[in-house]
Design a binder for this molecule. Sequence first.
Ligand code: SF4
Ligand code: SF4
Length: 487
Amino acid sequence: MPQPATTPAPKKDRSSAAKTVNWTDYRDHIATADQSGQRKWMYPRKVNGRFFRLRTWFSSLLLLIMFAGPFITINGNPLLMLNIPECKFVVLGQIFWPQDMILFAIALLLFAVGIIVFTTAFGRLWCGWACPQTVMMEMVFRKIEYAIEGDAPSQRALNASPWTSEKISKKALKHAIFFALSFVVGNVLLSYIIGWRELYHIVTDPPLAHLTGLGFMAAFSLLFYGIFARFREQACTFVCPYGRLQSLLLDENSIVVAYDYKRGEKRGPLRRAQKFGERRFAGLGDCVSCNQCVSVCPTGIDIRNGTQMECVHCTACMDACDTVMGKVGSPRGLIRYASLNGIERHQPLRFTPRLAGYSVILGVLAAVLALMLFTRSDVEATVLRAPGSMFQLMPDGHYSNLYTVRVLNKTSRELSVELRLENVSGTLSVMGAGNLIVPPQKSIETSVLIELEPAAMKSGTTQLAIGVYSGGKKVETLKTAFIGPRN
Ligand code: SF4
Ligand code: SF4
């Protein structure tokens, strides 16, 4: 019997699925990779100008706070400590425990909504002015690099030159300083996690006593060295999720670093002897195509193409262009903080319905957080019936149940805690002690015996309320069940 002819399935043309990159279109590729996919090393030129000076002052203040932070205490507690291994967090001197998870969740929500509101209104102002990555990279590491290797053209020439003794000594010096600084930054980060006292012990105790701590010290130092010596702007472009949020959060009213294309276009070089005012008659705008804004950009983009994900709002292009405008006799601000509507319609920052909606959510969350912080008690207690225990009939005819009570002291001082039976008459005895003394920032666990007379009991289960008192003030009411015989 003849076999039916089978038609071979058409082969997929895989090559047609891949899109050909248009290297002349900035949207089609990133500025820091070449056509072979290799990293293009950025050589941003030195910049100077009013924004750079302001950022230098502001960064100095931030660096001071960052390096002094672990040593600043409020009521004996650090300013900020995020002790993940021990699940203990200190913010502005207030200690938070895993029991404060709801508080933390609301604080995180508030932080997220705050970011949304801020970014919607002011774009990536945070990135350019306050992000530790930008501050450390542009204000510390980059300046050291300029001091040792010179401005961008010298750096480029040095990297292309053979390994002479001068090049070796410059590179060795730069990387030694980079690593030393990374070690300091790594230790500062570590002291925000475990506290500077613990860090001090790691440094001064025998190494074998703190192998994990030393491991983290080495890992953080290498991490920061890798970021600031090699990875650099790639951290903002590929790792940080905040830049990616831009496309979701920015709208035509958001203030961003923007090129005023209405004023700048049509761009063209300033011809020799051409008066700047004559350009308009020639159909040209204020941009003289000098490319200074591109040459100072640490992420290698051209802001004249519009807002881009890579832009960290470092203001370098604003300063560079202002300098050029000053030289050619045109008002500064061709690249400036502006919204799209500001450029197209000369509209100032508007409180849009979207912004209003976010602000309402932000306000509600802030109010809830403030209320929870205000009513948060210094003591947290839990009560559980002792596992495997039964009710006991005592010689005086009363019944007893055994419980385990756990009390957490969230403060930095010792607290005396008293437990009182509140809704039924009976006796409550803390085994081995009258009052509970809870050391600062510690929790204790103790056994508690409760005795009730039969008249005060219900058949089977009697609900109990136990008041937790500290300093004569009730801080919490614990609910539990008292088990007795069924009538
Ligand atoms: S620095 Fe200003 S004038 Fe020069 S290319 Fe950039 S936008 Fe145009
Ligand atoms: S475009 Fe301007 S503001 Fe954005 S990263 Fe480059 S230099 Fe900084």
